[in-house]
Design a protein around this ligand. Structure first.
Ligand SMILES: *[C@@H]1O[C@H](CO)[C@@H](O)[C@H](O)[C@H]1NC(C)=O
Length: 405
């Protein structure tokens, strides 16, 4: 209770009244304690006009919900709510916080306001939370234009980050026009993202749809992602990841990596990507590592049931990533890639080489398995090619282009 009182101290008259009412319920009738406490951001001072800064009301609602000993619901009604950089930290006093969002949460139009803070909306150390609905508008277009003009621009902010958290369910969230990455899952366990819609211009820089790293038990389902970078990027330390029924495009595909940037880094293990569709993307199913020494690895990866439509590199492993040839020329990737299965992959490649395994000389890829793969070039008019460097594996069933192991 003390925490709840403190958190409300700064919120002004309306919320104090609400608090009194709330405490009365909690203390007088234990039976009602089973129902959830409710906090509406508008009754805490937020304005649905898209102009007044509502950051304090959102943070206030969070402090109250997080401090509640019983399950708590935060409601965001219809309207546009301007929210500046906000951090929602746990640990909380309950494991059942629900956000019910009907409205649009918008970032400041002036990208200098978030500037280099890194994250717009940050959740950290939260255990037991759901978010349903809502649109997050990162208003990134002006920053993309600044970057494209070659001017000196701030790096911008990731739209929403879940860090060091567990037991999180996010459903039907829409994230638009992020300045940088849209959704980042970092250091989390048991997190489910479903029915997400993530959209930004196909030429917006570094606007990855969903980035997962250092996390276990993450599920991404039934989502549509189209951005200027990876639809989903899977970083070091990701295990037990499940991606199912995702449509990707425009964008750079679903990518494991870049791995092996650091000399010592945890590996990626047990990743399933199934029922995915790529339209006009730069890559389809990609594994990518830096061409330099590292303890990283990627193993037990299953890519199953994918449709490619005019994809530049439908199936690709690239272990020679070295942007601008800085800090890695002449070196070989230490990342060990093994047991990667491609099963039921169909469609069209926009380039002649539809299957490309360019693995490390020091750590050749092993246990690659191709089964029922049929990729053609230029909408069926020409045969596609496969290319293998330092790659070993087996082909089963129909494989076209025929394997190069
Ligand atoms: C692999 O990950 C899935 C979740 O994506 C999980 O259900 C399964 O138990 C994991 N397998 C192993 C061997 O850990």
């Amino acid at each position: 209770m003390a925490l709840m009182m403190n958190s409300h101290g700064s919120l002004g008259g309306a919320s104090l009244l609400f608090m009194v009412f709330h405490i009365a319920i909690v203390s007088s009738q234990a039976a009602i304690a089973l129902s959830a406490a409710k906090y509406d951001v508008v009754s805490l001072g937020a304005k649905p006009d898209g102009i007044k800064d509502s950051t304090q009301a959102f943070v206030g609602a969070w402090l109250a919900a997080c401090g509640s000993e019983m399950p708590a619901t935060i409601t965001v009604p219809l309207g546009r709510f301007l929210v500046g950089g906000a951090t929602f930290s746990g640990p909380c006093k309950n494991n059942a916080i629900r956000w019910q969002i009907e409205g649009v949460i918008t970032a400041p139009a002036d990208y200098n306001v978030l500037g280099n803070v890194g994250t717009w909306l940050l959740f950290q150390q939260v255990d037991g939370m759901s978010i349903s609905g809502g649109v997050l508008d990162g208003q990134g277009a002006a920053l993309w234009a600044c970057k494209a003009s070659g001017k000196n621009c701030p790096s911008g902010a990731t739209t929403i980050v879940f860090s060091d958290s567990r037991n999180i369910a996010v459903s039907r969230l829409t994230s638009l026009n992020s300045q940088l990455f849209h959704i980042v899952i970092n250091g989390c366990q048991n997190m489910r993202l479903q029915g997400a819609k993530v959209f930004a211009s196909g030429n917006s820089p570094n606007t990855d749809g969903v980035h997962v790293q250092l996390s276990s038990g993450v599920t991404i389902m039934n989502s549509k992602i189209g951005t200027g970078d990876d639809c989903v990027s899977i970083g070091a330390g990701t295990t037990n990841l499940w991606i199912e029924n995702v449509a990707c495009g425009p964008g750079h595909g679903i990518s494991i990596g870049s791995l092996g940037k650091d000399a010592v880094e945890p590996g990626v293990e047990n990743v399933t990507v199934k029922n995915v569709v790529f339209r006009g993307t730069q890559n389809g199913l990609r594994i990518k590592s830096w061409g330099r020494p590292s303890s990283g690895f990627a193993k037990n990866i299953l890519f199953q049931h994918a449709i490619m439509s005019n994809v530049n590199n439908p199936v690709v492993i690239d272990q020679n990533y070295c942007p601008n040839n800085i800090n890695c020329p002449g070196q070989f990737s230490g990342v060990k890639i093994s047991d990667v299965t491609y099963q039921d992959i169909h469609g069209t490649s926009a380039t002649e080489v539809a299957v490309k395994f360019d693995c490390s000389l020091k750590n050749p890829c092993t246990g690659i398995r191709l089964e029922d793969v049929k990729l053609t070039y230029k909408n069926d008019q020409q045969p596609a090619q496969a290319s293998c460097i330092n790659a070993g594996g087996l082909a089963y069933g129909l494989v076209q282009p025929s394997s190069c192991f």
